[in-house]
Design a protein around this ligand. Structure first.
Ligand SMILES: Nc1ncnc2c1ncn2[C@@H]1O[C@H](COP(=O)(O)OP(=O)(O)OP(=O)(O)O)[C@@H](O)[C@H]1O
Length: 353
């Protein structure tokens, strides 16, 4: 099931023009304040009728200006989750869930409670839950309305760092198990890098980049500050060395070593490598301190200033960008298709199941 958005709308001097697709998984809308994220959210929710364009779910119009289609919000089969959980304080968790459940079979309620880890909370009132637990119940309530898609507007922004850390694994699970398009508005690139499968970058009402997370985040897009360009790679924990390094494996098998607390073997995680922390060598380097050297093929070079270029490289595990000087790129004679080695100076783990 895919949500397709192609809309235009004006508020005075502000002009929104947004076209993108949100397939199953998490599509993050990311951009500065005032870039138009909430306007898109409202249009998809049916609370605003854009001046032009259409919104389709699995090919069926929820809105189509030229065909005169506007499905009322209550008939859009969507679940919404906001910054605040908006639970009924006088009802138990079970009653709050039932309120959203409609005709959902009991087995479905059990599955959702299990997926979100809220089964043990069913008899409590919202006041006796942590912020993160309340938000999990709010997500459960949205899911039990058996929606065709989910809209999440900054669902973690009202929580402190500890509570965000508590709820993120459940959102990852939702992304991997629910099989729904989830449109997710966020101000936090860290959250986006951890959760999103598709990324839509917004700036001043325009989409400046859209596509699979790794591709958009590794690019030199106008919507992304250069300091934030990074690789996001899927890795698996395969062991730990005697001298305190976790051994990780990229999709195609290349090993990577990372310091940090021991991780459970077999765990799937996302690894983030900032473009500024990657160097490039033409030959397999000898006698350097960096542990992680990945064979790679150059995809393209994009000038980012007079003095710097972004070099995007393909490794078996995904795309790795490196931000290097134009002088180095010329000295190494880097060209698309060239075989090189990406030297990773620093990387951080983002997530795990
Ligand atoms: N109902 C409205 N009437 C007039 N202008 C509006 C209305 N709603 C939004 N705008 C304007 O449209 C622009 C985009 O707003 P929008 O809320 O979509 O941005 P946003 O990216 O969601 O921002 P934030 O991250 O701060 O929520 C802003 O300039 C805003 O002032």
């Amino acid at each position: 099931m895919t949500l397709e958005v192609d809309i235009r709308h004006s508020f005075g001097a502000f002009h929104l023009e947004a076209a993108f697709s949100a397939p199953a998984g998490v599509t993050a809308l990311f951009g500065p304040s005032g870039s138009g994220k909430s306007t898109i959210f409202q249009a998809i929710a049916g609370l605003l009728q854009p001046d032009a364009g259409h919104i389709r779910l699995a090919g069926k119009a929820l809105f189509d200006r030229s065909a005169g289609v506007h499905i009322a919000p209550r008939h859009r089969r969507m679940g919404c989750v906001f910054q605040e959980p908006r639970l009924f304080p006088h009802l138990s968790v079970a009653q709050n869930l039932r309120y959203g459940a409609g005709r959902a079979p009991a087995a479905e309620a059990e599955r959702v409670c299990d997926m979100l880890g809220i089964t043990h909370l069913l008899s409590r009132r919202p006041g006796a839950l942590s912020g993160g637990e309340q938000q999990r119940v709010a997500i459960g309530r949205a899911l039990l309305s058996q929606p065709d898609f989910l809209l999440m507007d900054e669902p973690l922004s009202a929580l402190d760092a500890a509570r965000r850390g508590e709820i993120l694994p459940w959102l990852e699970r939702l992304r991997d198990e629910a099989g729904l398009p989830i449109l997710y508005i966020s101000h936090s690139l860290e959250e986006v890098a951890r959760l999103a499968t598709t990324l839509v970058l917004m700036k001043e009402g325009k989409v400046t980049g859209a596509g699979p997370l790794g591709e958009v985040l590794s690019g030199a897009s106008p919507g992304l500050s250069l300091d934030r360009a990074a690789a996001v790679l899927q890795v698996q924990v395969t062991g730990r060395s005697a001298d305190g390094l976790n051994k990780l494996r990229l999709a195609e098998g290349t090993p990577l070593w990372l310091p940090g607390a021991p991780l459970a073997e077999g765990r799937q995680m996302r690894l983030q490598i900032p473009a500024r922390d990657v160097m490039i060598a033409r030959e397999l380097p000898q006698g350097i301190s960096a542990l992680n050297v990945l064979p790679a093929r150059i995809l393209n070079l994009t000038p980012i200033s007079e003095a710097e270029v972004m070099v995007r490289m393909a490794t078996g595990g995904g795309v790795i960008p490196a931000r290097i000087t134009a002088r180095s790129a010329a000295a190494l004679d880097l060209r698309p298709g060239g075989q090189v080695f990406a030297i990773v100076k620093a990387a951080s783990l983002l997530s795990g199941d």
